[in-house]
Design a binder for this molecule. Structure first.
Ligand code: NAD
Length: 447
């Protein structure tokens, strides 16, 4: 059996490694460095910047920004080299070039060195990720209006940064650059930040970010951007029927990402896709059953770990002989932890309170605050809370929403409770070490 995987992000390369471990011949095609957006222009470099911004905020000094950038680049290249080594070690054929479909079993590749080649295989997995979505307003293409990739390689810290969109990307960069001393203003179209997260948690996080000096305007509709003679960018927006303006040295567009499908030639082979992304079923099969699609390109939850596990699902389905129904693994895609690496961090898993209410589920919200947690106080990081949503009938955890120190790590404990279907009363008997941040979950359960 031979599988071709298009795209070497955490969906593509992890699936290739898993396939190789099972003895399957695998070809991986990538039109950029291995690791994709996550490793090269997303999750990993931003985490390096987050750490330096946090240190900078604590020391209250000016960072040596060239050193910050150098450290970020070295973190990225170390990880990239690691992935390249693993692929080589598992004898996965890696082709650098742009892939498109020649027919339903053949992918043609315009290699980086100008050569053209074709790869034919039994199965193909599309894992081409996503690209930043542009905001269709006048001035969006002006110099100084940047996307998240460009924000990572700015050579100087902007004095004034305007960010359009208070989603995950907008807020992570707001936190990073405010830590480095920029004056940051965020404009968000919806009535609250992080519209896909728990409303109560998002409101409290907004207060925390505001205390760090980040100005956030919600219900703000951006109209356009203009550049004046000094190079400043004027962003005009409407809020509450009134026209307003904010000025920045840079404007970061963070209004979402869209599936990267355009150059694949999908229409020629009759593979179904919409503006949202490639259409797939629960096994990640596209409308052509031996072609699968995983990750951002399917337009679902755009998270690196979701892409990886969707790849495992697709592989499991192939190995099981493509059954039409039934489970091929124990992955539960309703339990997906997600984290926002702001300062303080926020993290979520499962249902929000709004979703519980929409579904008519009788639930109770159990909360514990970091201000009562000895470790958080010792860390001087006691802002935030943990909220467990518990089903009143079954006692099972429906969701968990945390903001505060290390919540991106703490959330997995709640995910385990959900995966393991462990009732909260049973969890109350699980001993936690003292003093630790993890005690905040126990404290919420014991409420
Ligand atoms: P997003 O969908 O999370 O947020 C975009 C925000 O922009 C929304 O709040 C939206 O209301 C707002 N917006 C849209 N149009 C606007 C307008 N005209 N004016 C003002 N605001 C507007 O998208 P993102 O932050 O760009 O991230 C893209 C994807 O990448 C998301 O799916 C996200 O989950 C993922 N991502 C995840 C992480 C993480 O898990 N830590 C990090 C980065 C990105």
């Amino acid at each position: 059996m031979k599988i071709t995987i298009i795209g070497a992000g955490p969906g593509g390369y992890e699936t290739a490694l898993e396939a190789a471990k099972k003895g399957i011949e695998c070809v991986l095609i990538s039109d950029g460095p291995v690791g994709g957006t996550c490793l090269n222009e997303g999750c990993i470099p931003t985490k390096s910047l987050c750490r330096d911004a946090e240190l900078c905020r604590c020391r209250q000094g000016d960072p040596e920004y060239s050193k910050v950038l150098a450290r970020k680049d070295s973190v990225v290249s170390r990880l990239r080299e690691g992935v390249e080594f693993l692929l080589k070690n598992k004898l996965i054929r890696l082709i650098y070039g742009k892939a498109s479909f020649a027919d339903v079993h053949t992918v043609k590749v315009h290699a980086a060195d100008g050569a053209e080649l074709s790869v034919t295989s039994d199965y193909i997995i599309i894992a081409t990720g996503s690209v930043p979505a542009p905001l269709p307003v006048p001035g969006a293409d002006l110099e100084g209006v940047i996307d998240s990739s460009a924000a990572l390689s700015l050579q100087e810290i902007p004095r004034r940064l305007c960010i359009i969109g208070a989603g995950v990307i907008g807020l992570e960069f707001a936190s990073v650059f405010s830590g480095f001393g920029s004056e940051v203003k965020v404009l968000e179209y919806c009535g609250n930040i992080l519209p896909h997260f728990d409303t109560d948690m998002a409101k409290r996080l907004k207060q925390s970010l505001s205390r760090h000096g980040i100005k956030i305007e919600t219900s703000a509709r951006v109209q356009g951007i203009a550049r004046d003679g000094q190079g400043s960018l004027h962003v005009s927006y409407v809020k509450g029927g009134e026209e307003n303006e904010t000025v920045g040295d840079k404007v970061l567009m963070a209004v979402g990402r869209r599936a990267n499908v355009r150059s694949l030639n999908l229409d020629d082979i009759g593979l179904a896709w919409t503006e949202r992304g490639i259409t797939v079923n629960g096994y990640m099969q596209t409308s052509i059953p031996h072609i699968y699609a995983i990750g951002d390109v399917t337009g679902g939850l755009m998270l690196a770990h979701v892409a990886t596990f969707q790849g495992y699902r697709a592989l499991g389905h192939i190995l099981a002989g493509q059954p039409a129904e039934g489970a091929v693994d124990n992955i539960d895609f309703s339990v997906v932890p997600a984290a926002v690496f702001t300062e303080p961090e926020a993290a979520s898993v499962g249902l929000t309170e709004d979703e519980c209410e929409e579904r008519g589920i009788a639930y109770e919200a159990r909360k514990a605050f970091f201000r009562a947690n000895g470790k958080a106080l010792s860390l001087d990081s006691a802002d935030g809370y943990c909220k467990l949503l518990v089903d009143k009938e079954t006692g099972l955890v429906l969701g968990c929403h945390i903001f505060g120190p290390h919540s991106s790590d703490l959330i997995h404990e709640a995910a385990l409770l959900m995966n393991g279907k462990i009732p909260v009363d049973e969890y109350r008997g699980f001993i936690h070490a003292h003093p630790t941040l993890g005690e905040v979950l126990q404290a919420a359960a014991r409420e």
